[in-house]
Ligand binder design. Sequence first.
Ligand SMILES: *Cc1c(COP(=O)(O)O)cnc(C)c1O
Length: 377
Amino acid sequence: MESIKRNILLNPGPSTTTDTVKYAQVVPDICPREKEFAGLMKGLREDLVKIVHGDLQKYTSVLFCGSGTINIDVCINSLLPEGKKVLVINNGAYSTRAVEICQYYGLPHIDLKFPVDELPDLNRIEETFKANPDIGLVHTTHQETGTGILNPIREIGALCHKYGATFTVDTTSTYAMRPIDIEKDNVDFCMASAQKGLMSFTGLSFVVGNREIIEKSKDFPKRSYYCNLFLQYDCFEKTGEMHFTPPVQTIYATLQALKEYWAEGEEGKWARHTRVFNAICEGLDKLGFKQVIKEENRAGLVASAIYPDDPNWSFEKVHDYCYERGFTIYPGKISTTNTFRLCALGAIDKEDIEDFFVTFEKALKETGVQVPVVYKA
Ligand SMILES: *Cc1c(COP(=O)(O)O)cnc(C)c1O
């Protein structure tokens, strides 16, 4: 097996993959309607539930061919009963995406906004439930990937269940990295795609959630054909197959990625991501960069650094210098502050971050940026 040039991706997914996962895509041609392929998907679906410690009787996973946003679309359009409202707890760009999905489907919804650098206020959430007894579905984001803030899903989930609402959480940027326990965390549905925490490739996304609620949703209003959760679930249950053509090669790669996930283990993997994140924070600190999110509110996977007040600072120039040397950094996603992001996902370790900071510091110096960086007052 020839080794492939290794790029260190510090963007929020897709992530750096191992060569074994890359090569797992190279397989004899197969029609995905063969029993052999359906058998592979059965094990895959079970593994996806086990990663969040779900009981296989109570929870299931449903696969979709698409990028991670398809999961948000599927959950919101499929899980809202007639006559009920969606509540989106929104402190960032990814929850805003859920609000836009409500708008596109014309669903009654409440966009409960909080500042992007603050945790949602549980009292305000409870007030909203009291004032709106017709809330049927609540959605939020576990780690807001735009900033790296960690939202208190267990506490929000407890409120949802107290007021009888289904709770869907976008865990795309935490799943298979930061440990999640679907039941203890009071989550009814979580979601991710293969190219993030699992360190596989784009094209495969999945929703993990409560079987009973999916079965009930059979009678909810149907708002999409391709993105209906029950329809896809029902097809899997009856035939073991996806309703339409699956992303065949990504599924092979993901099976290999899952083997590597279990070999590393939940604890070992989270410890590695934590090492990487700590190395990122140390490197930023040493160069004088400030971060948007307070230390105690960080999910430990995405660092959002604020642009220095230096006339020579150019994200593009620094990006290009690093990119040419195999390191990819990423712009921020906050409309009010200029930021860039460094993320701790992927098959990388602390040493890769140390190498990155050598290159990054050179990039700053060569582009004339003062080091340590400066901020006005
Ligand atoms: C990456 C990500 C998504 C999916 O984005 P796509 O561009 O559709 O892959 C959704 N939610 C969160 C929180 C993410 O980090």
